[in-house]
Design a protein around this ligand. Structure first.
Ligand code: PGA
Length: 260
């Protein structure tokens, strides 16, 4: 894993956007996996700015979102369809037919999940997957004890994750119990993974993810097996890493050809 520690979420989000923009410029038909939540907001703001000011072209980009709540119509304010429109898709020139978000209203959930996997394969696989992380170590909505080989499927949210999503639903009792999420096995097949984490609340789980053992109890720890994962953290989220000085030193001494 490569660990990059930035001064704040603003600089971290800008760096993540720069990395993704370069991938899109090098490969205009890139396949990009997108997350939701509070963490990627600065990242999305930067992508939108680059589209407006620098002509970053999304017209041939294909997108796959990590997850969606079961039972929510796509126009529900808590749905990730609405989130993505609000923060990215409504502001860039991505083709509507190239956007993929799991269908929370699917009548046949296993068939929908199989089709999602197939669509990712048909698109040629995900070139870059951006991730947030839950305080319990979930990536996508793969809660603790998810199989490290899991594929897109239905999952039940923990009580804690439902509480954390309460704001978008006007109270925790309104948060759905179930979600569709790419599996950990699905995520690990992405060619490049960028995980963003900000704030002191994320510090303990980041330390476990990077420096602890690989365990299904910390789903993000599976990323230790991935050949190209970059964590972009702010100072606070990096606060419990025992080797933070080494990660800073590595970043400062990157060979020129490896710099972002
Ligand atoms: P957050 O959520 O970005 O709102 O902290 C992250 C996650 O649950 O994956």
């Amino acid at each position: 894993m490569e660990i990059i520690i930035q001064p704040d979420p603003g600089t971290a989000g800008a760096l993540a956007a720069k990395i993704v923009a370069r991938i899109i410029k090098d490969k205009p038909d890139a396949v990009v996996g997108f997350p939701t939540g509070a963490t990627p907001l600065e990242f999305y703001r930067n992508l939108v700015r680059m589209h407006r000011e620098e002509g970053l072209d999304f017209s041939r980009v294909t997108t796959f979102n990590l997850d969606e709540f079961v039972g929510l119509p796509p126009d529900h304010p808590g749905s990730y369809h609405v989130y993505m429109d609000k923060h990215l898709f409504g502001h860039v020139n991505v083709g509507r037919d190239r956007i993929h978000i799991p269908d929370g209203l699917a009548a046949d959930i296993p068939a929908t999940c199989r089709r999602y996997e197939e669509e990712i394969r048909t698109a040629g696989g995900i070139d870059v997957q951006i991730l947030g992380i839950g305080v319990d170590g979930h990536i996508g909505f793969n809660e603790p004890t998810s199989s490290l080989g899991s594929r897109t499927r239905i999952k039940t949210l923990t009580r804690q994750t439902r509480r954390e999503n309460a704001a978008e639903f006007g109270g925790k009792d309104n948060v759905p119990y179930h979600v569709l999420t790419m599996g950990i096995g699905t995520i690990l097949e992405s060619r490049l993974i960028l995980l963003l984490a900000f704030g002191a609340k994320k510090a303990p789980i980041i330390a476990q993810t990077v420096e602890g053992p690989v365990t299904a109890l910390i789903p993000a720890s599976a990323l230790q097996h991935h050949p190209r994962t970059i964590l972009i953290l702010d100072e606070e989220a990096a606060g419990a890493l025992t080797k933070a000085d080494y990660y800073r030193y590595v970043y400062e001494h990157k060979p020129d050809w490896q710099k972002y």
